[in-house]
Ligand binder design. Structure first.
Ligand code: FES
Ligand SMILES: [Fe+2]
Length: 376
């Protein structure tokens, strides 16, 4: 291993030439360094499976340091509110929901799914207090690719955000595994774009039958809010790919805030492997992996595939948690070599998103098409 100078994390500007050290001059822009350490505030985050959100039921999820109560109206529409009654701070998720309004379990205040207070049952008719101005913060919520997505942004609405992931084909089956990782959002998200760890962390026989490191050459191109490893005929000997028959085309896209979309195509056959990072608290990140396919036969493999997918995600979880402890003692990283360029790109994209929001201008992807070489 080369002895390299240490650079503060995140190191992102400017993009060094391939092979060069990542340390560059700090950006003179007035971006608050604290903002760079936080997850993107104005973005969609995956908060669970759409099918787990049942009409009349409430779920509380931590999201970016906030607690959010999720529910589904009788009409089928999802909603997301701050899980906090304005009266005394009670968790609304512990109250009742009749498909139309939530009732706080502490003093019975009732709120519509738009967050507006509808009723304060303890008020006497003689009490002239107007409760219609009392509101619970409401967050935008959408459903896509079988998941529920919430934007926890509290600022002015209307700014452009990265699109939520869509699937692009009709799945015949899917498999979802989610794990909580005791690590920051950035560290966890870097694992989605880091080719260097695969050979060392994901060394299971079923994923990497060969222990040898091989030279890889891949083309990367910018896409809205991210970059894509352009479609290519894969050379991997992985048995997972062999299941598809023939040589599949693989395309891997990374997109802000923490979304990795791997699309595998072999003729009409499609498999998508999507991974989403969700910031729960400053040191806890949810990693969700969803595998979708349109090949009926693959459903039979679900009992086998589930523990393998869990093993794969647990490998990331364990290594990330140990690395986080090292970063807690000294918060610096050395981003080194072409294999670490995607990690630097992540920080560049995030910086640009923050800067564009601050300057109230459209996001301009700072990346250029590039070929990267590394061994894995
Ligand atoms: S805390 Fe919710 S009604 Fe009092
Ligand atoms: Fe990984």
């Amino acid at each position: 291993m080369l002895d390299t100078p240490r650079v503060p994390a995140p190191s992102s500007d400017p993009l060094p030439k391939p092979g060069a050290n990542a340390a560059g001059p700090a950006d003179e822009g007035a971006l608050d360094p604290e903002a760079m350490r936080q997850p993107l505030p104005n973005a969609w985050y995956c908060v669970g499976r759409a099918e787990d959100l049942r009409a009349g039921k409430l779920r509380s999820v931590p999201l970016n340091g906030e607690l959010i109560v999720l529910g589904r109206e009788t009409s089928g529409a999802p909603f997301a509110l701050r899980d906090r009654c304005p009266h005394r701070g009670m968790a609304l998720s512990l109250g009742r929901f009749d498909g139309d309004a939530l009732t706080c379990p502490f003093h019975g205040w009732r709120f519509g799914t738009d967050g507006r207070c509808r009723e304060v049952p303890t008020l006497s008719a003689a009490d002239a207090a107007d409760f219609s101005k009392i509101v619970v913060q409401r967050f935008p919520v959408v459903e896509s690719a079988g998941f529920v997505w919430v934007n926890p942004w509290l600022g002015a609405p209307g700014a452009e955000t990265p699109e939520v992931p869509a699937l692009g084909f009709e799945p015949r089956g899917s498999l979802v595994v989610a794990l909580e990782v005791e690590a920051s959002f950035d560290l966890t998200t870097l694992s989605l774009v880091d080719p260097g760890h695969v050979a060392f962390v994901h060394d299971s026989w079923w994923f990497r039958p060969s222990k040898e490191l091989k030279e890889k050459v891949k083309r990367f191109a910018p896409v809205p809010y991210g970059f894509v490893m352009t479609s290519h005929a894969t050379t991997t000997s992985s048995p997972v790919y062999r299941l598809l028959g023939g040589v599949p085309e693989v395309e891997i896209e990374f997109r802000l805030p923490g979304v990795r979309l791997e699309r595998i195509t072999a003729g009409e056959k499609r498999v998508a492997n999507y991974t989403f990072a969700t910031p729960m608290t400053p040191n806890r990140t949810l990693l969700t992996n969803a595998l979708y396919w349109n090949i009926p036969g693959l459903n039979l493999l679900k009992p086998v595939a589930r523990p393998l997918m869990r093993q794969f995600l647990t490998q990331d979880q364990q290594v990330l948690q140990h690395a986080q402890k090292g970063l807690d003692r000294k918060p610096t990283m050395v981003l080194f070599g072409q294999g670490d360029l995607p990690s630097q790109w992540y920080f560049r994209l995030k910086r640009e998103a923050l800067q564009a929001a601050r300057d109230r201008r459209p996001f301009a992807n700072p990346l250029e098409e590039q070929e990267l070489r590394w061994r894995s």
